[in-house]
Design a protein around this ligand. Structure first.
Ligand SMILES: Nc1ncnc2c1ncn2[C@@H]1O[C@H](COP(=O)(O)OP(=O)(O)OP(=O)(O)O)[C@@H](O)[C@H]1O
Ligand SMILES: [Mg+2]
Length: 252
């Protein structure tokens, strides 16, 4: 469904992605793990079209989408969340979900503002679906509140609803459980499993290994911009080389 082939990304002289490949199968729920700074978010940005690779190819449903922008890939069914969700804090929770349907504006506030005029026109059509999704992520009771009232965990749930509003075939989730309390964590895990059951392929970056083990039959481990290991979570996390790269990143 989604493939990265020998991706390289350099910022200035620094190669942060060094020939990384991975494949996400149709309907698969694949984990992407690795220590801080391994290049996971950068891989997401390359897959989503937020960043262009220095070299390498991205394929979506068989087609080479490397030249396409984030908008172009989004139009082909690829949707992503951000590691640090930034909802439009003065819009209501419902409006935040509804605006997502027009195109994934992500962190670009300016382009979102210019799109506000068309929000009104699409409001009725989108409203029903947005409400269904808020129900799905258990935020219905907050739909008329400004997004600024949401807790960290609730922002992650809002982000999930925003991603789903785009009716994707593939979603990329960047640490959907970071900073989330245990009650909401169970809900988020359950919702991601439900989303996957609908046939949506999911690539999940997460540091919470319990969550990875519960959701992902297969994981890919990155370290220093390269593929280090792949396999079942309980297998790869026993590997000495995987344990070592995690320990290297620990403060001493
Ligand atoms: N725009 C940029 N310019 C320069 N360096 C960058 C840029 N974006 C990321 N990097 C560097 O690339 C490396 C990989 O960063 P990335 O955010 O992809 O890691 P990550 O695996 O997502 O880490 P984390 O688990 O902490 O989120 C880091 O060394 C980071 O400092
Ligand atoms: Mg990251």
């Amino acid at each position: 469904m989604l493939a990265a082939e020998s991706l390289v990304k350099a910022f200035g002289g620094l190669q942060v992605i060094q020939g990384m490949s991975l494949r996400l199968g149709r309907g698969e729920l694949l984990g992407l793990i690795g220590p801080n700074g391994a290049g996971k978010t950068t891989m997401f940005n390359l897959l989503a079209g937020t960043l262009r690779p220095s070299s390498g190819v991205v394929r979506l449903d068989g087609a080479d989408v490397t030249p396409l922008s984030q908008q172009g890939r989004f139009g082909r069914g690829l949707s992503r969340s951000f590691q640090i969700p930034k909802p439009f804090s003065r819009m209501t929770v419902l409006e935040n979900v509804m605006t997502s349907a027009q195109g994934q504006v992500g962190e670009n506030v300016l382009s979102a503002l210019f799109q506000l005029g068309s929000v009104a026109a699409q409001e009725r059509a989108n409203g029903t679906r947005a409400r269904e999704l808020l129900d799905f992520v258990s935020l219905s009771h907050l739909e008329d509140q400004p997004a600024s009232v949401l807790s960290g965990g609730q922002r992650k749930l809002l982000e999930l609803a925003r991603v789903l509003m785009t009716q994707p075939k593939v979603i990329l989730l960047d640490e959907p459980a970071a900073g989330v309390n245990p009650t909401l964590l169970d809900l988020i895990i359950d919702r991601i499993a439900e989303i996957n059951k609908l046939g949506i392929a999911v690539l999940l970056i997460e540091h919470n290994m319990d969550m990875i083990a519960r959701l992902c039959p297969r994981v890919v481990v990155m370290a220093a911009g390269q593929l280090l290991a792949e396999g079942a979570p309980e297998e790869v996390t026993q590997r000495a080389d995987v344990i070592e790269v995690y320990l290297e990143g620990m403060p001493t």
